[in-house]
Design a protein around this ligand. Structure first.
Ligand code: COA
Length: 328
């Protein structure tokens, strides 16, 4: 049993930051950023809350699905950049959309979050009688955590949200999720600090103690090394479960981190780049939102069509990875 993506929706904030805009913060230039990453510009949420972006994307998906919000039985929000430690973004999006008969929670698998959430949506649909529709939202405001003094990382990220409505179907489906926690310190952002009043001197070492407070830290080279293996692995593990080959896939929708990572993965899989949907040039890396944003854009442009086979493959902090093969 698979799922049907009934509809997609998306929302990106108005404010755009071009590569040249980064010259205001760090020593960089458009040529370096474009050739090393493929990114030209990205959106910035500014004061727009993360939940607002998620709710806008969700409302569009609900409207396009032609369902009543009250028919939604479950809301899963993938986010690594929640506005609140509590409540969840999913609960706030529930309030905004009026999907008041749903259970709601957030999941954080960083940039792999959408694939994780989609697979959990499917499992919930198939095991919870009476649940007809699940709303999956991926919404991210990376700009809140990015260190605008670190030229190796700040130029990569952008903000945005996308959503899908899913239902049970007998369409083709396979997914594989994975994680390598030994790489956790390679990409991290601390959410809380210890109150100075209760802090005692300690030599406690967990790999995070020397990382900055509240700012995103990454070891770019270590993440790159992981990513070029994780993307093909995400596909191969999901594909092996149903005996499908890369040639049978119509479209690959990869996590949009760096076009060089995607090119290396494409070469490994023996798939031409023309089969990869790329949006990182105008959105940058929007973490968990990047795969559904790309899916939504490809559907809107008529590139991805009903009946086609899509492989969504992601990787991210954790270090996590995940692949989902579906028939659209
Ligand atoms: N502008 C200009 N120069 C820059 C720069 C920038 N924005 N960022 C780094 N540089 C410089 C470095 O300081 C270094 O200079 P040096 O040789 O004088 O020391 C030089 O460019 C090369 O840096 P390096 O780190 O080797 O570049 P790279 O080709 O490995 O690219 C990343 C760096 C971050 C783009 C790349 O490693 C990457 O994409 N990693 C994966 C990150 C990722 O995907 N994170 C999110 C995962 S979900």
């Amino acid at each position: 049993m698979g799922i049907n993506i009934l509809a997609t929706g998306a929302y990106v904030p108005q404010q755009t930051l071009t590569n040249d805009d980064f010259k205001r913060f760090v020593d960089t230039n458009d040529e370096w950023i474009r050739t090393r990453t493929g990114i030209s510009e990205r959106r910035m949420a500014g004061w727009e809350p993360n939940w607002y972006m998620g709710a806008q994307a969700a409302k569009q998906a609900i409207e396009r699905a032609g369902i009543s919000p009250e028919e939604i039985g479950f809301i899963i929000t993938a986010t690594a950049t929640s506005d609140f430690h509590t409540p969840s973004m999913a609960s706030v999006i529930q309030r905004e959309t009026g999907a008041l008969n749903a259970a709601a929670f957030d999941m954080n698998a960083a940039c792999s979050g959408f694939v994780y959430a989609l697979d959990n949506a499917r499992r919930y649909l198939q095991t919870e009688p009476g649940v007809k529709y699940v709303l999956v939202v991926a919404t991210e405001a990376l700009s809140r955590f990015v260190d605008f003094e670190d030229r190796g990382s700040c130029i990569l990220f952008g903000d945005g949200a996308a959503a899908v409505i899913v239902e049970n179907s007998d369409k083709l489906y396979s997914a594989a999720l994975g994680s390598d926690g030994t790489g956790a310190p390679f990409l991290c952002a601390r959410s809380m600090q210890i109150a100075p009043e209760i802090r005692i001197e300690s030599d406690f070492e967990d790999g995070f103690t020397d990382k900055p407070l509240h700012k995103l830290y990454q070891d770019g080279k270590a993440v790159y090394k992981f990513a070029v293996k994780a993307l093909p692995t995400a596909f191969e593990k999901a594909a092996a479960k149903i005996g499908i080959s890369a040639e049978e896939i119509d479209w690959f929708i990869p996590h949009q981190a760096n076009v060089r990572i995607i090119e290396t993965a494409a070469k490994h899989l023996g798939v031409p780049m023309e089969k990869f949907i790329i949006t990182l040039d105008h959105y940058g890396n929007t973490s968990s939102a990047s795969i559904p944003l790309a899916l939504n854009e490809a559907v809107e442009k008529g590139i991805v069509k009903r009946g086609q086979k899509i492989a969504m493959i992601g990787f991210g902090a954790g270090l996590t990875y995940g692949g989902a093969i579906i028939e659209f």
